[in-house]
Write a protein that binds this ligand. Structure first.
Ligand code: FMN
Length: 336
């Protein structure tokens, strides 16, 4: 498969909205190097290794967290799990920086999916309770998502979301939100019925993104309040093909794709590192204490998480399509 550094670079460049106060002040150039697995512009079959160095590091604010774990972050549980040996700098392996790797792997998966006409999209549908209604069309999502710092395809709602983030940040606080992920043109029947269900595998990797607190497909948890007649997607035929009149299932039934777009909502909690004083424990002296988290933190995780959701979905779909034998069929030999 053709693969270049630009393939991953364009996705990495979309991770951080530039020139806006909605994310942390860290300047992360995130230049990718492919160090193995690609030869003369094509994947060679050897393992692909991509590297992005962390260039903007400042550990000074983290010394305090060694003794005083941040409420809501993984500092305390990690210190127990790893017996005090865990690398707490920058949040260590629990840092949102880990999502750079998901973007790199996702870039490979996306190129693979593109070759068989599958498109994966993601956009912000809610921040701090400000929600897009109606949800923008696929075309609007393609055109407008990355024009807004908060990655919302409705420019008016995007401005309100941005103000809500800046207001919370001004109060030393943070906000959460919801990203919607979409996969278009997936054939019917991709997935597994047991253990490795398509929704189960998607949820598993989506929960791997730090800060994710909920994953829902189609109408999601709301389905618990519906009757069968308003939850079912009724079938019809169109041009000799079976399709459904609605997509409340979010494109997956029985762990298999239905042929309708996959629609998955991913809920992110408000960033835990906030400047407001919060109660914690001084682990060295075993006394109650308080912490005001310093350092450069994102007042909202959502804007950076949008391309991460897109990459994560792409990785899972590529795995399932390879398993279904669909992808190898489209990989040809290099033309001389
Ligand atoms: C792109 C991205 C950026 C993040 N930035 C921050 C941050 O600046 N400060 C912070 O406290 N948490 C941040 N997080 C979230 C933490 O990494 C996460 O809350 C923590 O690891 C605890 O895991 P959990 O929230 O999934 O339980 C970020 C997450 C993502 C996906």
């Amino acid at each position: 498969m053709p693969l270049s550094e630009e393939d991953a670079q364009k996705d990495l460049d979309r991770r951080v909205p530039r020139a806006s106060g909605v994310v942390s002040a860290r300047i992360e150039p995130d230049k990718v190097d492919i160090v193995s697995g690609v030869f003369e512009g094509y994947t060679s079959g050897a393992p692909i290794c991509m590297l992005v160095w962390n260039r903007d590091i400042d550990d000074s604010a983290y010394a305090e967290m060694r003794e005083k774990p941040r409420p809501g972050h993984a500092d305390y549980v990690a210190s127990v799990r790893y017996g005090g040996f865990s690398d707490f700098r920058g949040g260590g392996m629990f840092s949102g920086r880990s999502t750079v790797s998901l973007i790199m792997a996702g870039a490979i998966a996306k190129r693979l999916l593109e070759r068989i006409g599958i498109e994966v999209l993601a956009h912000t549908i809610e921040i701090a309770g400000v929600r897009v209604d109606p949800v923008p069309s696929f075309d609007e999502i393609r055109r407008f998502t990355y024009q807004s710092a908060v990655r919302c395809a409705d420019p008016t709602v995007a401005k309100r979301m941005e103000s809500a983030i800046l207001e919370a940040a001004g109060q030393g606080d943070s906000v959460g939100g919801i990203v919607e992920g979409l996969a278009l043109n997936l054939p019917t029947g991709v997935g597994e019925p047991l253990f490795d269900t398509l929704d189960g595998d998607l949820a598993k990797l989506l929960f791997n993104i730090p800060g994710v607190k909920g994953v829902g497909f189609g109408v999601g948890l709301e389905s618990a309040r519906l009757k069968g007649s308003s939850s079912n997607d009724e079938y019809t035929t169109q041009k000799g093909k079976v399709t459904s009149l609605t997509n409340r299932a979010g494109g997956i039934i029985g762990g298999l794709s239905t042929g309708q777009p996959i629609r998955v909502q991913v809920a992110f909690k408000p960033t835990s590192s906030i400047a407001k004083a919060q109660k914690t424990v001084n682990l060295k002296r075993m006394v109650n204490d308080t912490i005001e988290v310093k350092g450069r933190h994102d007042p909202c995780i959502v804007p950076k998480a949008v391309p991460v959701v897109e990459s994560t979905i792409s990785i899972v779909l590529a795995d399932h399509l390879i398993r279904a034998g669909i992808v190898p069929k489209v990989l040809g030999s290099k033309k001389k």
